[in-house]
Write a protein that binds this ligand. Structure first.
Ligand code: HEM
Length: 87
């Protein structure tokens, strides 16, 4: 079922993807953080989409996702450097 995972390059590619996902999540975390403290600016910049309450909810939910994405990114990147690239 997971035969495609046996290719180490595929795992490396997934690790890189988690790097981009981490970057996006970190940026959204920062934006929603500003959406709480600087809500007037962020609400108008996002045409009312990211109001204070929505920002607060998203900001609180994003923590675990950022941690999970970063853990996968760093875990796979380090695995590749130490082990994956060998053969
Ligand atoms: C918020 C923190 C981080 C973000 C947003 C991030 C983002 C990225 C992105 C987007 C790439 C992919 C580049 C590509 O497609 O070529 C990348 C590659 C890489 N990152 Fe991160 N990274 C973060 C933290 C870290 C940390 C803490 C480590 C190591 C301790 C790390 C190690 C690496 C390595 C080794 C690569 C190269 C992977 C490869 O060539 O296979 N990154 N990172």
């Amino acid at each position: 079922m997971f035969a495609w995972l046996k290719d180490k390059r595929t795992i490396r590619r997934i690790g890189r993807w988690f790097g981009w996902i981490s970057l996006a999540l970190v940026l959204v975390t920062m934006l929603t953080g500003y959406g709480i403290t600087q809500f007037r600016i962020v609400t108008s910049l996002t045409a009312g989409f990211l109001g204070k309450a929505v920002s607060q909810r998203w900001h609180e939910s994003l923590g675990l996702l950022v941690l999970a994405a970063l853990a996968l990114h760093v875990g796979i990147a380090l695995w590749w450097r130490w082990k994956g690239a060998r053969d």
